[in-house]
Structures are given as C-alpha cells and as structure tokens.
Design a binder for this molecule. Structure first.
Ligand SMILES: [Zn+2]
Length: 378
C-alpha cells in the first residue's frame, strides 16, 4: 500500500480478480479523493489540486488454483487486515472476469442472502464454485459497507473516465484487446451493465479465416486478440524461416516469450507474416471501433491492452536483436485507419475520438474503486 494508513482516514477498496480467479489485486483509495473526482464529474478542470492520480500501490496475490468466492473474500480480508488494520472502510468495488446478471429478488431466498432491490449474480465460465454467486450481497455481508461489482472491461472503462484518457466524458466506450476482445459502454454517468454488453469477441468480422474455439469462422477474437495473434504468428513460423529468425531474436531466443507488440514491430519492419496478421487485426479493430463510434456517438473510444504500448520502442537494446526501424505508434495507425474508413465529412472528428488507455494494467482497480461511488450517485 502507499503511505501508512491514518486510522481515521476513510478508505475505499478497489479490487480486481482475474485470470480465472487466480490473481487478486487490492488497493486502498482515500475516499475523500474519490469523492472529489465524483463531485467534479471526473473532470480534471474541476479538480483544484490538479492531481491526475493519487499514489496507490496495489497488493497483488497470485494463486495456483482458482479461488472460490469465499476464498476470494478471505484473501481480501487478509490483505486489509495486514495493510490497513485500523482503517475505516467506506465501500468496496470488485472487478472480475465474469458474466454479471441482475436477478429479481427471490422471496424464498435464504435469510443469509437477503434479496436486495438489485441482486447481481456472478458466473465465471465453467468454474463450479462461481455459478450464479450473489457476490454483492456477500461483499456487503463480509465488509459491512456499500459494495459494487463490474466486469474487467467495465472497470477499465470507468477508471479511464474518472482518472484516465476519457476524464470528464459523459459518454465513452472501451475496447480491450488482450486475451480476448471485449468492450464496455459508459453513458450519462453510468456503465451500461447488462449480461452480454460488449462481448464482441465472437463477432464474425471476416467471411473466411481461422476457426474460433467456439466453432465459428472469422471471429474478432481469433483475428485480433493479442493472445490469438501471438499463437497464430508462432504457428506460421514453421513455413517462414526468415520470420522465425526475426521472432526468435526479438523474443530473446524463446519463442514462447514473443509478445504482440513485437509482432507489430515486425509488421512495421515489413515482415510478410506479421504484416498479414496485423493488417487483418487492425482492419477488424478499426471497423469495430468505427461501428461503435457511429452507433453510440460516444465522446471517446478507448483502446486498452498490450498493443497500445507498441509504439516507437526500438528492440536494438536486446542482445542480438536486429536493428529494426522504430515501429509506428499502434494507436495512431488505428486512428488513421478509422479516419480512412469513416465518411469523409466526419473522418477527422471520429478519428480524433480514438485514444489509448492511460492507466495501463492497473486500470481495473482504479475503476473498481470508483464503482461504489457510481452506485451511490445513481
Ligand atoms: Zn467464436
């Protein structure tokens, strides 16, 4: 955690549970600072201190097997007991990689899970212990404070609206390009929270192409997710010795260490395999970004994920790495492509709305910390 916690200070917990419930990040945010952002609508201009971020260092715990819901609550409790034993908690927000549904109150519900007006339940893939878990009720019960939950893309977006690239926006959409491709929508001061909002990974964006894990063809996730790009690049190397040599050099000799930013670097240097993969990915992402912007007329479309860091970094500091030309800025490449796809009279305006996330991989806990305040202000 950051500075020693003042016993009288009111703190809000921002937490994220990710990677199939095997990684937990927890941070404590001064509630007064969060409230200042809330009262200013997240606007930097109305923040007299001019702080764009207050210093918060998360506690990160990795687990070898998925945590059950009660084990996740125990882990958060243990972190708080260790790092802020005397703090007064004002609220807790938790972001997680799951589907969240609102259930109607169940009059026959067990008394330990009282039916709240809103009754969100969480399902995390096929994990047996995470089927229809009344997580908000469990958080309230455990910590005795207002609690709110969101998906990881929703939390990333809320973090960017409150503290990051879309500060002060009334409307914004986020596209996270990582292990999957997923979107989130923010409208009139609220996240649009429905069970399948933004689950665009299985959107067919090409008539042909590799088969998706779901059985479909040409799905966005297989064409454009960072994970799929790395997997497909490595899969293509057996027939592309020049690309393999380049990839090995960039990845320090270990192909399993190849990252998507390096594939972009190879594409910018003219490698044909990387150019084909990144070309198809960028085409699909630019089209989806333009579609979302033209549909929602959002003030910002924020991209998050490892590709936003793929910019001008040169790999030549790596031992034995080829002296490639500096890669183009990936977000600028997407912006340019959106500008070219858009109707001419709107192209500059729409391209300008494409921005990179600025909170990076810690964004989810910032957004999670903002969740209880958003729930209260609605
Ligand atoms: Zn699919």
């Amino acid at each position: 955690m950051a500075a020693p916690v003042d016993a009288n200070q009111s703190l809000t917990v921002g937490a994220a549970l990710m990677y199939r419930a095997t990684r937990l990040e927890v941070a404590l945010f001064p509630t007064a600072d969060l409230a200042q952002y809330a009262s200013s609508g997240g606007s930097g201009a109305a923040n007299p201190s001019g702080n764009t971020r207050f210093t918060v260092r998360p506690v990160i715990r990795e687990f070898t097997a998925p945590l059950t819901p009660s084990a996740a609550l125990d882990a958060i409790t243990a972190i708080l007991a260790e790092h802020a034993p005397r703090a007064t908690l004002a609220g807790i927000g938790l972001a997680l990689d799951a589907t969240i549904e609102q259930r109607a109150p169940d009059p026959s519900a067990a008394p330990e899970h009282p039916a709240a007006p809103e009754h969100p339940v969480v399902t995390m893939g096929k994990l047996a212990s995470w089927q229809a878990v009344p997580l908000v009720a469990l958080l309230r019960e455990r910590f005795g404070v207002p609690a709110a939950i969101a998906t990881l893309p929703e939390a990333l977006l809320l973090g960017e609206v409150w503290f990051g690239a879309a500060r002060g926006a009334r409307s914004a959409v986020l596209v996270d390009v990582g292990r999957t491709v997923a979107a989130a929508i923010y409208e009139q001061g609220r996240l649009v929270q429905r069970p399948f909002v933004g689950q665009i990974g299985h959107l067919p964006v090409a008539a042909t192409g590799p088969r998706c894990a779901c059985g479909g063809v040409g799905h966005l996730e297989v064409i454009a997710s960072a994970q799929a790009l790395v997997r497909r690049c490595i899969g293509a190397l057996v027939e592309a010795p020049a690309t393999e040599a380049l990839a090995r050099q960039l990845a320090g000799g270990r192909l399993e260490a190849l990252r998507v930013a390096q594939i972009w670097q190879m594409a910018c240097a003219g490698d044909p395999v990387a150019t084909a993969l990144m070309g198809a990915a960028n085409d699909a992402l630019a089209f989806v970004a333009l579609f979302l912007l033209m549909t929602l007329d959002a003030e910002y479309l924020v991209f998050s994920g490892p590709l936003i860091h793929a910019s001008t970094a040169r790999p030549s500091h790596l031992e034995g790495a080829p002296d490639l030309p500096a890669a183009a800025n990936w977000i600028q490449a997407i912006r340019d492509e959106v500008g070219q796809l858009a109707p001419p009279q709107r192209s500059a305006d729409l391209a300008r709305r494409i921005v990179s996330a600025t909170l990076h991989q810690r964004g989810a806990i910032w957004g999670a910390a903002a969740l209880p305040g958003m729930a209260r202000s609605s």
